[in-house]
Design a protein around this ligand. Structure first.
Ligand code: NDP
Length: 249
């Protein structure tokens, strides 16, 4: 079995300058794809060796239109779209005010809709759309109803798209990681410490112990799954959710 190479394919990875997105971008580059990485912080994007960095805010329609146009101008049609950009704010519903709800939806759900919609016309005969949802797209995440709703929404979007584009060589799938060792976990740890006065180790352990393997997922584990979904061998995998969470759910 071989994952094959991706030479001649142009991949766009939102949130490609850090964490999971960066690992996916680097994995795609290693397979020979032309890769555009997008995000709001150009400095982080410029660190991804070999990728084309483009500043693009997924919450801003004009920024997405301009960013996608710039990506096409550099490397042609976008045949692999990785909707990964996201924020992980957590609060109970009474503490989720309108502004927080909108921020989370605007980034995670609206942003995914906007970027996937912009890339779709480029995928006539072959394409791969991968949304980085979360295990919170499949089950309720305690203390984070808005994040949970946004991640469930991304899976609904992927399933709806798969149903609408059958038999064309374009597939739509969602990755659902458990806690991954990125800035999101670091920020969560700080939040828990501030709220409860716990030690850093104890605060981090709350997330570590969600995973039955009692460890955080590594970004490469998510990137490997994305690569496989881009491969010829995965051409019949469509409309699926892939959990990368040690069996947490
Ligand atoms: P990071 O914080 O490292 O990545 C988030 C990325 O999204 C950043 O590169 C950020 O770039 C980008 N981003 C955020 N807001 C916007 C915006 N408005 N416009 C454009 N880009 C934006 O964390 P992760 O790598 O962990 O997160 C990646 C995805 O994985 C997220 O969707 C997250 O929900 C999901 N996920 C993470 C898990 C975890 O435990 N870490 C578990 C399950 C899912 P910039 O700030 O420069 O714009």
């Amino acid at each position: 079995m071989t994952l094959g190479d991706l030479k001649g394919r142009h991949a766009l990875v939102t949130g490609g300058g850090t964490g999971i997105g960066r690992a996916i971008a680097e994995a795609l580059l290693a397979r020979g794809a032309d890769v555009t990485v997008t995000g709001r912080r150009l400095d982080a994007l410029r660190d991804v060796a070999g990728a084309n960095p483009i500043a693009m805010d997924v919450t801003d329609p004009a920024s997405v239109t301009d960013g996608i146009a710039a990506a096409r101008a550099a490397h042609g049609p976008i045949q692999i779209c990785i909707a990964n950009a996201g924020i992980a704010e957590g609060a109970s519903l009474p503490k989720t005010d309108e502004a927080m709800w909108r921020r989370i939806m605007a980034t995670n759900l609206d942003g995914s809709y906007r970027v996937i919609r912009a890339c779709l016309p480029d995928m006539a005969d072959w394409g791969r759309v991968i949304a980085v949802s979360s295990i919170a797209g499949l089950k309720g995440l305690k203390g984070a109803p808005a994040y949970t709703a946004s991640k469930h929404g991304m899976i609904g979007l992927i399933r709806g798209l798969a149903a609408d584009h059958l038999g064309r060589g374009v597939t739509f799938n969602a990755l659902c990681p458990g806690y991954v060792d990125t800035a999101i976990v670091t920020d969560n740890t700080t939040r828990i410490m501030d709220k409860t006065g716990m030690s850093e180790a104890d605060a981090r352990d709350i997330m570590v112990t969600q995973n039955p393997h009692r460890r955080l997922i590594e970004v490469d584990e998510v990137a490997e799954a994305a690569l496989w979904l881009c491969s010829h061998g995965a051409r019949s995998v469509n409309g699926q959710t892939i959990q990368i969470a040690g069996g947490e759910y």
